[in-house]
Design a protein around this ligand. Structure first.
Ligand SMILES: [Zn+2]
Length: 192
């Protein structure tokens, strides 16, 4: 039995290099079709006001992660219009490669519902989920994934239904601000 997962893309960003956010590209169909994993539809009307609000919340969690010195990624899980779980990247704090925002949000949602099955839920994530999180999302039967920034190293093997184009700038700014600060701190301390 398979559980189809719908994907929605809020924005177009690239991860440059292996570990650090470097570049932000504007939303254009040429960029989308030529160099990104998922094509960007021209019509962004598939996003509701509710989608905007929940994604804004996911970005708030990303900001909170940045405030803790973590790579800024946030996630919110919503079921029937209510938040059932949230998470922010806590890999450094928990010394865990699995402490991604989505994984923590999934755990919280399961705890709240007393049920690991999250059928019908939507997860809003500020960055395209990695393979680990994507598998977790499928395993817990989340029905819809909406993300902001794209990770072009992402899940090319997946064949999702795609929609796109919302809060791109906001998500990019959170990430860019974070890494600007990282570079500044390193510069101040003489570290390279
Ligand atoms: Zn992940």
């Amino acid at each position: 039995m398979t559980f189809p997962v719908k994907f929605s893309i809020f924005a177009r960003h690239l991860w440059g290099g292996s570990s650090i956010w470097l570049e932000h590209r504007p939303v254009t169909s040429e960029v989308a079709s030529s160099s990104l994993v998922h094509p960007v539809p021209k019509d962004a009307k598939m996003f509701s006001q509710e989608d905007h609000e929940w994604m804004s919340k996911a970005l708030e969690y990303a900001e909170a992660a940045a405030a803790n010195g973590e790579v800024p990624i946030g996630a919110v899980i919503v079921l029937s219009g209510k938040q059932i779980g949230c998470g922010q990247n806590r890999m450094e704090e928990l010394h865990s490669a699995t402490a991604h925002a989505e994984m923590l949000a999934i755990s919280e949602a399961g705890n709240n519902l007393k049920n690991w099955r999250l059928d019908g839920a939507t997860i809003y994530v500020s960055l395209e989920p990695c393979q680990m999180c994507l598998n977790a999302i499928k395993n817990c039967r989340i029905s819809r994934v909406v993300f902001a920034a794209s990770d072009t190293r992402g899940f090319a093997a997946i064949n999702p239904s795609i929609s796109g184009g919302l809060l791109e700038k906001e998500s990019a700014e959170i990430l860019q601000k974070f890494f600007r600060n990282v570079r500044r701190v390193k510069g101040d301390s003489g570290l390279k």
